[in-house]
Design a binder for this molecule. Sequence first.
Ligand SMILES: Cc1ncc(C[n+]2csc(CCOP(=O)(O)OP(=O)(O)O)c2C)c(N)n1
Ligand code: SF4
Length: 299
Amino acid sequence: MVEKEEEKEIELTRLIHKYLRHDKKFPTVWCPGCGNGILLSALIRAIDRTGWDKNEIVMVSGIGCIGRIATYCDFDTLHTTHGRALTFATGIKLANPELKVIVVMGDGDATAIGGNHLIHAARRNIDITAIILNNSIYGMTGGQYSPTTDYGRKATTAPYGTIEHSFDISRLVEAAGAPFVARGTVFHARMLDRLIEKALLKRGFGVVEVISHCHVYYGRLNRMGSAVDMLFYQRDHVVQVEKAKDKDMTGKFTIGVLIDKELPVYAEEYEHIRKKARGEVEVIEKVEKVAAERPHEEL
Ligand SMILES: Cc1ncc(C[n+]2csc(CCOP(=O)(O)OP(=O)(O)O)c2C)c(N)n1
Ligand code: SF4
């Protein structure tokens, strides 16, 4: 048992040294107990398992507490303007489709000011992984309600409870056309890294909605208790997607892989159009056809 614990610690130290700017940027700005740290560790575990070279990865984040994640990661990183992380990421991917582009956003960043970019990135099927940390509030700016704050819940801008109805982020991106959508929680930390790994390896726009907690604002204003109480809240309100059929889902949400399908990817289609415009496609298609018919001949 002790040996196992030691092994885990060694593994964690290895990941910290390999992937984080541990000697320059820590401690984080995050409040003790915030779910952001759990996401950070799940993310580096998932990245490590892909086997990707660090130099192939670009991490892009927006503004918000979770937006600071890019500061702590030792990849090529871009900490962009609020709501625009996906637009910067799209530019990077189109300029160099070989890069693995990971975008991390908060619920406010992704679905309020950046909502437009989110639905269009999903619709276009840009080959990017988008991780959306959903803590149901604007953490960084002091607890204003966001598009994911549940009806009736309190925020600093809704002291009597919000009268707006919340988005279901996963269903939103599914409806917009994303070929891979998963939802996890920071309570289910081990499952979370598996979901992120799947999204990273997915060809196309992969979205992972991560249900988390901001005990400092959302928790306090809505009397939900400590960070630990809020983690237990997540535990008690989820159903694994495979077990959700015929279950009463009132007040609950599903976790797991919600959508996984194949669709043409934007950067490849775009390259094809460029070749067509330059008159090169016909030639390439002809060469390929001849090669298939006469595999052993010199062309
Ligand atoms: C153009 C612009 N509008 C508004 C802001 C102020 N602002 C900074 S962070 C933030 C909300 C962050 O909330 P969320 O994306 O949910 O992330 P969290 O802090 O909860 O992790 C806002 C509105 C800004 N920085 N830039
Ligand atoms: S304000 Fe909320 S979201 Fe931001 S670091 Fe603190 S607990 Fe986390």
